[in-house]
Design a protein around this ligand. Sequence first.
Ligand code: NAD
Length: 451
Amino acid sequence: MALENLVPPPEALSARPVPAAGKKDSSMATQTTVSLAQETNPWEAQAARFDTAASKLNLDPGLWKVLRFPQREIIVHIPVQMDNGQVEVFTGYRVQHSVARGPAKGGIRYSPDVSLDEVRALASWMTWKCAVVNIPFGGAKGGVICDPRTMSQGELERMTRRYTAELIEFIGPEKDVPAPDMNTNEQTMAWIMDTYSMHMRQTVTSVVTGKPINMGGSRGRREATGRGVSVVCDEALKHLGMRPEDTTVIVQGFGNVGSNAAKCLWNKGYKIVGIVEYDGGLYNVNGLDISELLEYKARHSTIHGFPEAEAADKDDLLTRPCGILIPAATENVLTSLNADRIRARIVCEGANGPTTTVADEILAANGVFVIPDILANAGGVTTSYFEWVQDRMGYFWTEQEVNQRLDRIMSDSFTDVLQYAVAHNVDNRIAAYMLAVDRVAYTTKQRGMYA
Ligand code: NAD
């Protein structure tokens, strides 16, 4: 059967048609042609960037279709006994976009906003991200629709274990290796590792990354995404002729990525003037003491009320002048609604998908230097790769070894992306996609189509 007949019609995944190879797809390109709902659909955003990159690469039409869609999508309905004795059923997803370059790899998020389109987009971003930093993984993502803030530890554990059990034949060190994402953490990974190990009748530490260090986690993994963000910021500053001590930074999201990025940059002498959380922000024109803010948050479980800063409106803070704006919270933060008011010299995307395609164009027109998510936040998966390697060797590296290897991969990848941008006269995001799609397409073609 011809490949075309095996590929689901584009309408099944997206309202957008697959453009003919070699033709530029511009359906997401102008503000007037898309609604806000289309603009903020992460799958649409991913597909638009992929199509542009594929077009610029003159990608073979068959490969275009293969890489445009996820390889496998799994939906599970998970019964969980709640603490009050009632049974609730949660819907969970695992999408494996590609295994061309190695086992699928990607986080699991718990949130009321999880949707299949979001998980699809995140899975494909993982494929591109692993290829940008040239590590031997494909891409996957998982999510469960739930509100972890209203659930007890016992409920979260039972839900996590049953979700893992439902996915048991699809995950594994050589198949698909989950990791933490929004609202999941080292404890979640410990439960998944234990559940998988119970089914396999042996301890299999390399089935997940982002584990606690005492059970096969890697030193430096917790801080890795934020550290990677700081390395690409350093590289961008060198490229633009700026200096850390003269560079102000506003960070959105003070969770794993945002707080570690803020801490690393603060340690390097950058001035962190603003932190934005979902319920408000903090601002200090002279710079915040991030070490004290972290201690304050650990004591009070919030950043609000921190004495060394003024309270600020969360939306207003994103649009204040700064050297670097780091969206490190969630998707669709910079959109057609606010992109023209962004006054940062650099936007460094700690989060996945914080900028829509329409916002991309506005930022480009205003000369903002964007370090795209699939490069900027790849430090997490890079150190996850180190964790997987260490687990399989049974030999663990020092934090210094981990960080040195991470820093080198992040700065080399920044250079690779910038070279693509110059060579093909495209912005950094499309350059990163082109680099990634080129690598994945090359391997897919070389492996051939299994009939
Ligand atoms: P997290 O749950 O640890 O932190 C998220 C933070 O953002 C929290 O402090 C939360 O209160 C805040 N937040 C949520 N919605 C917000 C909003 N609308 N406005 C302002 N603040 C908001 O999650 P994380 O692991 O830091 O992940 C953040 C982003 O980074 C996600 O997009 C995730 O996919 C991406 N990411 C994470 C990693 C990782 O290693 N953790 C790696 C790559 C990418």
